[in-house]
Design a protein around this ligand. Structure first.
Ligand code: ASP
Length: 428
């Protein structure tokens, strides 16, 4: 009988195989040409159905998992004042890493100047949607109806309700203890469900990626090659340099172990292009493989999936610089500062779903008076970049979760360094 650990390792290998296989098959189909039978039955049939079922099975876990896990996490904090401290640290780290990310993006764009000499006669047809205002975002944190918040999957409202509920559980004495016992059991069952559904992940990942590559191909890249590779370069730099430095110097954790353990969430983020859909796996991975205690992970990971989007901020920074250069508009240091601030704030209150980065970009461009229709220039390569930046987004969430857990003494070093996953909480 293979152990849990071996099974987990072989699942990771199969997921990565699904990802690489999906890329290869998709690219080959795109080169051969997607039409007729292949288009109707393979790409829009098999890949579409397989990918959609997998995506739905991930999404169905998000709301119950966040609610149950966060109630347990809040109730497990023996001291309520810890909640404020953990919240403050998490928020500060999320905002700081996003601001660092976008600063790198702006520096790289200023150095490479991907938009200089760009031909603006290309098709510019993007219609911007109006992003929510800051006041609206703040008011929207508080649910007037938790059932509606859950039905709509409004993550910030679910987080606020779960924390309040968890606090009440702690304060309610004996009835609270009974409710907590039920929630703990539910939490274990839902985590099992995550693992169960993960067994179809290699096929789901394969279908999702094969479809994107078969339909998309790389045809849109050459005219935008400089923009594309500047975004990609900064994404890799931020993921491997900034997070490594933070893990190594702020938490004393070996980055290589961290990245090795991030393979599952990264593969899923890449294939779904959605931090939200990846959330169940990011959370499970943080607790069972990275050793972050539930009391920290249940708060930091869902919050991160919603408000922490370093990868998205990088795309926005490069895009803002690119559009300014392409239109020959000088936005100056104050403009760049405004881009940093707006992009950092814009990431709060917009959900981690495919393509949302472009909507946030409209907000950033408006803020610095750049032409919003410039988004039409970069839209052709956005889907491919979305996949990579979502992978960076979930890596950032997990890195911050490790940092906060470590600083609170809630990171199991034994589990962080162990080879596989364990189903038990290291803190029980
Ligand atoms: N797809 C990204 C995410 O879910 C958001 C974006 O950049 O569009 O994190």
């Amino acid at each position: 009988m293979p152990s849990d650990r071996d099974a987990r390792r072989s699942l990771t290998v199969r997921i990565v195989t699904g990802m690489v296989g999906g890329c290869a098959v998709g690219i080959v189909l795109n080169l051969v040409g997607v039409e007729g039978f292949v288009e109707d039955y393979v790409v829009e049939g098999l890949f579409h159905v397989g990918g959609s079922i997998f995506l739905a099975s991930l999404k169905l876990l998000v709301v119950p998992l966040v609610f149950v896990s966060l109630v347990c996490g809040t109730a497990a904090l023996d001291d309520i004042s810890k909640l404020g401290r953990v919240g403050g640290k998490t928020l500060a780290l999320y905002l700081a890493t996003t601001a660092i990310a976008i600063s790198f993006a702006l520096l790289a764009t200023a150095a490479v100047r991907p938009g200089a000499g760009f031909d603006l006669e290309t098709d510019v047809s993007f219609v911007a949607q109006t992003p929510p205002s800051m006041a609206e975002t703040l008011i929207n944190l508080f649910p007037s109806n938790p059932v509606r918040a859950m039905a709509e999957g409004n993550m910030l409202q679910i987080i606020v309700f779960s924390i309040l509920f968890g606090l009440a559980v702690t304060l309610a004495g004996a009835p609270g203890k009974r409710v907590l016992a039920l929630f703990s059991d539910l939490n274990s069952v839902i985590l099992r469900l995550v693992m169960l559904l993960m067994t179809i992940a290699p096929y789901g990942v394969f279908c999702l990626i094969a479809k994107v590559f078969a339909l998309q191909g790389f045809g849109a890249i050459p005219p935008l090659a400089q923009y594309f590779f500047v975004v990609l370069g900064v994404l890799f730099f931020h993921a491997f340099v900034t997070y490594s430095a933070l893990l190594r110097f702020a938490a004393g954790l070996p980055p290589l172990v961290f990245f090795r353990k991030m393979r599952d969430p990264v593969a899923l983020a890449f294939s779904t292009a959605s931090s939200n859909a990846t959330l169940p796996v990011t959370l499970e991975n943080a607790e069972l493989r990275l050793g972050v205690d539930n009391s920290i992970a249940s708060f930091t990971i869902p919050l991160g999936a919603t408000i922490n989007m370093d990868g998205t901020a990088i795309m926005q920074g490069v895009a803002a610089g690119f559009i300014a250069q392409a239109y020959g508009i000088e936005i100056g240091p104050v403009g760049y500062l405004a881009v940093v601030l707006t992009a950092t704030l814009a990431s709060i209150g917009t959900a981690g779903v495919p393509g949302v980065g472009l909507i946030m970009l409209a907000m950033v461009l408006r803020q610095v008076n750049l032409p919003v229709e410039g988004i039409g220039l970069i839209i052709g390569v956005d889907r491919l970049l979305d996949m990579v930046r979502t992978a960076v987004n979930v890596t950032g969430d997990s890195a911050v979760s490790c940092l906060v857990a470590k600083s609170e003494g809630r990171l199991s070093s034994e589990r962080f360094h162990a080879d596989g996953a364990s189903g038990q909480s290291a803190f029980e």
